[in-house]
Design a binder for this molecule. Structure first.
Ligand code: ASP
Ligand code: MG
Length: 468
């Protein structure tokens, strides 16, 4: 059966889905069931990227590198040693060479740190993974080929968190990837790309989802599948609230808000390429493909039927910067100055509230990141704007309710505040979007708050039963 390019499915497998030979075989059963799957994007086997990141720390002595490298090799050999030696010899040879490259790169990095070399080392996890996956496909008799993602995903030179150059990438996909997909299934790496002068780059932690979405956009795929180890996107992190439920359908906006505000299943950038081309995304577990999974689709939900609150997200370790200045009084252009300065330092503002003489804001951390974004250099520069005083509150958590028509629904605030009556709310943001209501609370209170809000909005049946 001939499948036209706009019927292709792009399928991404996360780290746990490709961590063992048995897990890879499960993935292969999934893709061979669907002739439309033409492009497979893989992460490094679970745990490998974390170990490679440890190896990038220049503070490690050469002796300290050995056990870390051994751990990486054990994970890889656990799969490699089970492969039939004669089916994909060229790929096995490339994997052995990549293991040698990892040793060499780790050694050089322990002598002098270099961001480009660190990305070269980090890329090895995905590059080995893609070759292992292709080898298993080939030995199971599935015609397939490996294509190095660095030939198609073109980026700038911001090593560690490179920005993808969409026109260049689309051009390379048309030239190199599409003709190959027409022949058979192609396996490529998530997370990695390369600069115009072919230096290896990485797209930031969890970036494989984003790679898959970009490739789906570039080939104008029919569907993007993200297979992971959980059966979909939940109403709240199931590690925090055991009553969490899988959400069967989300619209693009809801999924984008959820990913942005801390739900970890989808990388925040993933939804945008899919939104641009209106490509539905399926999120499911490769360990339990029969479970329903979550579909993220272009059409907004029918408001008559859909619940007001769809999910709750949590982002910990937020810092709130408050800038106070009497010069703001009836002045103009003050906020512009602050925002311009933050923009100059490439800091994007997450939430903001203002009063006559002060403005409070949080910065957009990638995921739940503890990294201090407000360096003393930036704080000093802010001081030069005018006669201002600054304060920073740390150890806050951002709790977000994601839903629909939240800004037009009477009574929603009462339901939220009633649950929060015993807690201090440091800041509230509501009204800018129909889809979210968010507030900052103490890190220490966040778990409890999530539980009571989940009970309020998602466990009503259960509460009714209790009261009967
Ligand atoms: N292997 C990379 C990471 O762990 C990318 C990914 O899995 O999405 O961050
Ligand atoms: Mg991931």
């Amino acid at each position: 059966m001939r499948i036209s390019t706009n019927q292709y499915w792009v399928t991404k497998f996360g780290g746990t889905s490709v961590a063992t030979y048995a897990a890879i075989t499960r993935c292969i059963n999934l893709v061979t069931n669907h002739p439309n799957v033409r492009l497979i994007v893989v992460s490094a086997p679970a745990g490998v990227t974390n170990l490679l990141i440890k190896l990038c720390q220049s503070s490690l002595s050469q002796i300290e590198l050995i056990p870390i490298l051994d751990e990486v090799k054990t994970k890889i050999h656990a799969i490699l040693d089970l492969l039939k030696p004669d089916t994909a010899e060229h790929l096995h040879a490339e994997i052995r060479q990549l293991i040698k490259d990892m040793n060499r790169l780790a050694l050089s990095l322990s002598i002098t740190y270099n961001a480009a070399l660190a990305d070269e080392l980090l890329s090895c996890g995905e590059r080995i993974s893609a070759r292992l996956f292709t080898s298993v496909l080939l030995e199971q008799g599935v015609p397939a080929d490996h294509l190095d993602a660095r030939c198609v995903i073109k980026t700038n030179a911001s090593f560690g968190k490179a920005e993808v150059l969409i026109p260049e990438t689309t051009q390379q996909v048309a030239k190199l990837l599409l003709p190959k997909c027409a022949q058979h299934m192609i396996v490529t790496e998530g997370f990695i790309g390369s600069t115009a002068d072919d230096k290896t780059t990485t797209l930031g932690r969890g970036g494989s989802d984003y790679s898959a979405a970009l490739l789906a956009e570039a080939i104008n795929a029919e569907i993007l599948q993200i297979w992971t180890d959980v059966p979909g996107i939940y109403t709240v992190d199931p590690n925090l609230v055991k009553q969490a439920k899988v959400i069967k359908n989300l619209c693009f906006t809801e999924a984008a808000e959820l990913a942005r505000f801390g739900a970890k299943v989808l990388h925040p950038a993933t939804v945008w390429p899919a939104i641009r081309k209106r490509i539905p995304i399926f999120v499911g577990s490769s360990f339990n493909p029969e479970a329903h999974g979550t579909w993220v689709c272009p059409t907004p939900p029918n408001h008559e039927e859909v619940e007001l609150v769809r999910a709750i997200a949590l982002r910990r370790h937020q810092s709130l910067l408050t800038i106070h200045s009497l010069e703001m009084l009836e002045a103009h252009g003050f906020l512009a100055k602050i925002f311009t300065l933050l923009a100059k330092h490439k800091l994007s503002i997450d939430i903001v509230t203002t009063s006559e003489v002060s403005v409070a804001l949080t910065l957009n951390h990638a995921g739940n990141c503890r990294e201090e974004l407000l360096t003393s250099e930036i704080l000093n520069e802010l001081q030069t704007i005018g006669n201002i005083s600054l304060s920073i509150d740390r150890n806050l958590s951002l709790v977000t309710l994601v839903g629909n028509q939240l800004h037009r629904t009477a009574g929603i605030c009462q339901r939220i505040f009633n649950q929060l009556r015993h807690f201090n709310i440091r800041l509230i943001c509501h009204g800018a979007s129909a889809h979210n209501f968010c507030f900052l609370v103490d890190d220490d209170h966040a778990d409890e708050i999530i539980k009571v809000l989940h009970a309020e909005f998602f466990e009503n049946d259960h509460k009714l039963q209790e009261s009967i």
